[in-house]
Design a protein. Structure first.
Length: 177
């Protein structure tokens, strides 16, 4: 179960904030201000190398098209009485195409196996499927990524064959699954 208020998704333990051009610009160039805007303590391992590689692309897209907010990256913030902490991120590879949104995600190593990724991905999938133009969400993962495979199965994704590159498997969840 999740709720959406002012473009922020909330779950039992998380606050998911969509990336904007301003946040992405800070994430690239002024991390201290980026963390301050998210309301979290700075962390040394953010962004991951994979995310850092795509940030310039995200920024370019968000600067040209404000309607992409929500269809790219989301920040996963663990809320607790000890203070809020950035624990992971994920989102979509752009606007849905032909009724399909493709999701990707990662969680910081210190927070793996805690159920937080499952909680966040479930909220993002529900958000995507709440849009009339989305009938299915697709995810790809390495064939040997046991944690990701378990997450997808737990969230009712069904194996849909080989992925777009060697070693990847494709999974799908439809509005009716």
């Amino acid at each position: 179960m999740y709720s959406l208020r002012m473009d922020v998704l909330t779950t039992a333990r998380l606050r998911l904030m969509p990336a904007t051009a301003d946040l992405t610009r800070l994430e690239i160039g002024d991390r201290n201000e980026f963390f301050a805007r998210l309301g979290v303590a700075p962390i040394p391992d953010w962004p991951s190398p994979t995310l850092a590689e795509v940030l310039p692309f995200f920024l370019e897209q968000l600067e040209t098209d404000l309607s992409l907010v929500g269809w790219l990256s989301w920040y996963w913030i663990l809320t607790s009485s000890h203070g809020d902490e950035l624990v992971g991120g994920g989102g979509f590879k752009g606007r849905p195409v032909g009724g399909t949104a493709e999701i990707g995600y990662e969680i910081r190593p210190a927070h793996r196996r805690s159920g937080l990724a499952t909680e966040a991905v479930d909220a993002l999938v529900a958000w995507a499927l709440s849009h009339a133009d989305v009938d299915r969400v697709v995810a790809e993962t390495m064939f040997d990524n046991l944690a990701s495979l378990a997450l997808l199965r737990k969230l009712s994704f069904v194996h849909a064959g080989d992925g777009s590159e060697a070693g990847l498997l494709s999974f799908i969840r439809t509005r009716t699954s």
